[in-house]
Design a protein. Structure first.
Length: 364
């Protein structure tokens, strides 16, 4: 197979790179082989060859949402390194190839005076990963502005543009996630052209929900907030050696949310209980559903910032939702900490947190 891969134009073979080199958690052993695609066509050819040979593989962009085992990794890593970005300031249409650094896409859009993704500033990773998990932050999601996605369909072999409406986008979900049915090659966004942000809803960004502000101003504020939480990558800061938000914010029945609030009221007082973040997301046949803050639950289950204080893997000293590698952690260390935190929250509040990263060769 090596010879076949070598013949593909725009595909580079790499036998030295480990998943620790490819991921923001900086853990993980060596894949069977690392293939770097510098062209979309090279990625298609590589995927076709891998599928025909029944060789398991994982697509890697920025590696910000992967937790990979330390050894025994019988997969090929396919790294998407094609990264062209086009921004049309008149129409508001932005296109980004899968390997484009996501924050650079946001920066280019903001510089052009386009609004809609400024709240997604500072999120690590690449453009190709954004629709897969419907990336979101500070009251915004990519589904708000995603127009269509260019996919290589592994089932049909088609290279096709697919409308966002076909992706079943929901909170941190698309029908691309966990299915491996297609590889994202490019995304197309439709942004606003008036220089103003999308209507702001997040409390740390506005005291007037629904207001719109200059996009550059909002981007600057978001980056400041994320840096304060250790959520902007910095090679010199172990608090940023993470997968970002490790658990998704749980969505529960209103009765469950009420019960959690009463537990906190009894143990910590009315003032803390009344500050519990709870946001109504939808009303179904079984009643209202509430989105809670995973970080808030983690801290009130007894896991403070920096927990457990020492060790190769700890919670970030800036944010309880990030599990961090303090410099010498293994995947096993991260997994052990994740299990402890999830079990503690479940025992205390009866809510089972769901990990956000993709797990390869390990399980919680």
């Amino acid at each position: 197979m090596t010879q076949k891969f070598s013949a593909i134009d725009g595909l580079v073979l790499d036998t030295e790179t480990t998943f620790a080199d490819l991921t923001t958690l900086r853990v993980g052993g060596k894949p069977e082989l690392c293939l770097r695609a510098t062209l979309a066509d090279a990625a298609i050819s590589a995927v076709t060859a891998l599928d025909q040979a029944s060789i398991p593989f994982v697509v890697v962009g920025g590696g910000s949402n992967l937790l990979v085992a330390d050894e025994g990794i019988d997969v090929v890593a396919l790294v998407l390194d094609f990264a062209e970005v086009s921004v049309d300031a008149e129409t508001g249409v932005v296109r980004a190839e899968a390997g484009a650094n996501w924050d650079e896409v946001v920066a280019a859009s903001v510089e052009a005076g386009l609004g809609g993704i400024e709240c997604l500033s500072g999120i690590p990773g690449t453009a190709g990963a954004v629709p897969v998990q419907n990336v979101g932050a500070y009251g915004a999601e990519i589904s708000d502005v995603l127009n269509r996605v260019r996919l290589y369909n592994r089932e049909t072999g088609a290279d096709e543009w697919v409308p966002a409406s076909d992706l079943d986008l929901a909170y941190r979900y698309s029908n691309l996630k966990f299915t491996h049915r297609a590889v994202v090659l490019e995304v197309e966004l439709q942004l606003s052209t008036d220089g103003l942000s999308k209507p702001l809803r997040f409390g740390q960004l506005t005291q007037t929900p629904g207001e719109r502000r200059p996009v550059a101003e909002v981007r600057s504020q978001v980056l400041q907030l994320r840096r304060g939480k250790g959520m902007v990558l910095d090679p010199t800061d172990n608090d940023t050696w993470s997968a970002g938000s490790f658990f998704t914010n749980p969505i529960v029945d209103s009765a469950v949310a009420d019960n959690i609030q009463e537990i906190v009221r009894t143990e910590r007082g009315a003032e803390d209980a009344d500050r519990m973040p709870r946001h109504a997301v939808l009303a179904g046949s079984d009643g209202e559903e509430i989105k809670l803050s995973a970080a808030w639950l983690i801290e009130r289950a007894g896991f403070a910032k920096g927990y457990p204080g020492v060790g190769p893997a700890t919670l970030s000293t800036k944010h309880t939702l990030a599990l961090t590698n303090r410099g010498a952690a293994t995947a096993a260390d991260i997994v052990a900490l994740a299990r402890e935190i999830r079990a503690g929250v479940a025992k205390r509040f009866g809510v089972e947190l769901v990990p956000e990263p993709v797990w390869i060769g390990v399980s919680i």
